[in-house]
Ligand binder design. Structure first.
Ligand code: AMP
Length: 555
């Protein structure tokens, strides 16, 4: 006979996180750099009061269980209030990425069936453009006071401050099933329509607990966290939940994410920990190097969303900042792995330690990983054999929003990443399966070549893509942005690879550009680069078709 435990069952709801923060860390600050240009500060107690006002206002207007409420907003206190106020009444906070194309934004507002949409003043022109395509949105609410509402706006608008002005001292957070939806976030849709991932109260609460662990993000009330990763994409890696869970001070950077703005904010607010994608951090360390500025309080930064080049980790180290590599995706809420040292790592050589630190790390408790070969069979955890990465866990998607079929195969989610896992469970992403370069039947890791190129002191940004090749299928080429004043030639760059990779891994060519295209989530847009540079070079066609060099093929 099965014997069940006899413990209380209290649903894990996000509202309980902000309520506890108000009780236990009530005077801990939340600081926001606002789009209005000033800095706003209040504490967890004030935040909780206003979350309840949001909740009450929405209930009064008939927003209820399961209804979707959209947000188009930077990281800030009002966005945080919506996270809790909307989800706390059983409605769903649908965070929308404003960097998507307007048609995609309209598509996901309609697909998500958002009844209300809240937006920062920065996005007023965007709202004007998309509102006619979103006839089912009942109310557009600008995150501002009434006097800041634009005059003669073609779409009826309401002010957030007016909407939530009524006090709600008697409001009590409702209790409901922890499996109910809390937040909806769409993938960036670089290949096809964006797909919705619907996080539950349970999944987000469990991720918040796991992320705070010492060998994960190691969060405490003594920390001051500055989430640079946006709240409009994958919950700012859960920090709006994990920070109040432990009572950490929160510093929201708003819209300005350049090196100067971030370093000033970090210094002013005593930020101890931050998190962001490599493109943001490359600009940040470049700024520190150029200006001689330092962020003396900053102890560690989480680098994720794309591979952290070892040279970036080394730059951080030079500034006395520890970089911590993490991996995740929209479908994993996103926290999947974090690279923190293993027991006994002090006995390793500096070289071995560097190698481990460059990996994406171990699965946080609650997440399981494995790699499989083309036949679906599990591959050895030897740190060498690479295959497709599969994941499962408490905060991993089961099916996309609105889909009738599960997204899983045999209970696992296929990530589309190619990786190795070593004996100690350290994950190493060698590529995205669509980015890996297939040359003469062998695979070349675009990340490995990028890591070498970006360590060149005169290269500011770089991407490696496969260029179609008549003989080899694909060959690697680099698209590079040079630092100001650099006169590097193609040959100089290629020479830099000598002795660092096998000969057949050497890139065939280097194209110099002024800037690299970015995806809506701030990563390098390799799809756009492949479209521009990935076709067979005319010269190669000519040589292959007519070794004498006379061009016979036209395109
Ligand atoms: P997204 O769902 O837009 O957040 O993208 C998720 C994808 O970003 C993953 O499947 C990986 O391809 C990539 N990614 C995230 N973190 C890392 C990392 N630390 N190293 C390499 N790739 C990463």
């Amino acid at each position: 006979m099965e014997l069940f435990g006899q413990m209380m069952h209290i649903p894990m709801l996000l509202s309980s996180i902000i309520q506890a923060a108000a009780r236990h860390y009530g005077d801990v600050e939340i600081v926001s750099r606002r789009v209005e240009g000033d800095v706003h500060r209040y504490d967890y107690e004030d935040c909780h009061v206003r979350c309840k006002q949001v909740a009450q206002a929405l209930i009064n207007r008939g927003i209820g269980s399961g209804d979707r409420v959209g947000t188009l907003a930077w990281n800030g206190y009002r966005h945080m209030e919506l996270y809790y106020g909307v989800s706390g009444i059983g409605a769903v906070c649908h965070t929308i990425n404003p960097r998507l194309f307007p048609e995609q934004i309209a598509y996901i507002i309609n697909h998500g069936e958002d009844r209300y949409v809240f937006f920062d003043a920065t996005f007023a022109a965007l709202i004007e453009q998309i509102a006619p395509q979103c006839p089912n949105v009942e109310k557009w609410v600008m995150l501002c006071s009434e006097d800041a509402l634009p005059r003669d706006f073609p779409v009826p608008l309401e002010s957030y401050e007016v909407l939530i002005e009524e006090r709600a001292p008697d409001f009590v957070w409702p209790s409901f099933d922890e499996e109910r939806a809390a937040i909806l976030c769409y993938t960036s849709g670089t290949t096809g329509d964006p797909k919705g991932v619907l996080y539950s109260h349970r999944s987000l609460t469990l991720m918040a607990y796991a992320s705070a662990l010492p060998d994960a993000l190691c969060l405490s009330t003594t920390d001051t966290l500055a989430p640079v990763v946006p709240m409009f994409h994958v919950n700012a890696w859960g920090m709006p939940f994990s920070a109040p869970l432990v009572g950490a001070k929160l510093v929201f950077p708003g819209a300005k994410l350049d090196g100067e703005s971030l370093s000033t904010l970090f210094a002013e607010e005593g930020v101890t920990m931050s998190a962001g994608v490599p493109t943001v951090w490359l600009a940040f360390v470049e700024h520190l190097a150029r200006t001689g500025k330092r962020c003396s309080t900053l102890q560690r930064v989480i680098v994720g969303g794309a591979a952290c080049p070892p040279s970036l980790a080394a730059s951080f180290k030079n500034f006395g900042i520890r970089s911590v590599h993490g991996w995740g995706m929209t479908e994993t809420s996103p926290l999947g792995t974090v690279c923190t040292p293993s027991r006994g790592c002090s006995k390793k050589t500096p070289q071995e330690r560097l190698l481990t630190e460059s990996k994406q790390g171990r699965a946080v408790p609650g997440i399981e990983l494995k790699t499989v070969g083309p036949d679906g069979a599990e591959l050895p955890r030897d740190g060498r054999t690479s295959g497709e990465l599969l994941v499962r866990g408490h905060w991993v998607l089961e099916r996309y929003f609105g889909a009738s079929a599960s997204a899983l195969s045999g209970g696992w989610f296929a990530t589309g990443d190619v990786a190795t896992i070593d004996e100690n469970g350290f994950l190493h992403i060698t590529d995205r399966s669509k980015d890996v370069i297939k040359s003469g039947g062998e695979w070349i890791s675009s990340i490995a070549l990028e890591n070498i190129a970006i360590s060149h002191p005169e290269i500011e940004a770089v991407a490696c893509i496969g260029r179609a090749h008549l003989k080899w299928d694909e060959r690697p080429i680099l698209i590079a942005v040079l630092k100001e004043g650099s006169a590097l030639s193609v040959e100089d760059v290629l020479e830099f690879f000598a002795g660092k990779v096998a000969k057949w891994w050497l890139p065939d060519d280097v194209k110099f550009v002024k800037s690299l295209p970015l995806t809506p989530t701030g990563k390098i847009n390799k799809l756009a680069l492949r479209q521009q540079f990935g076709h067979v070079e005319e010269q190669t066609i000519a040589q292959t078709c007519n070794p004498s060099g006379a061009r016979q093929v036209t395109n």
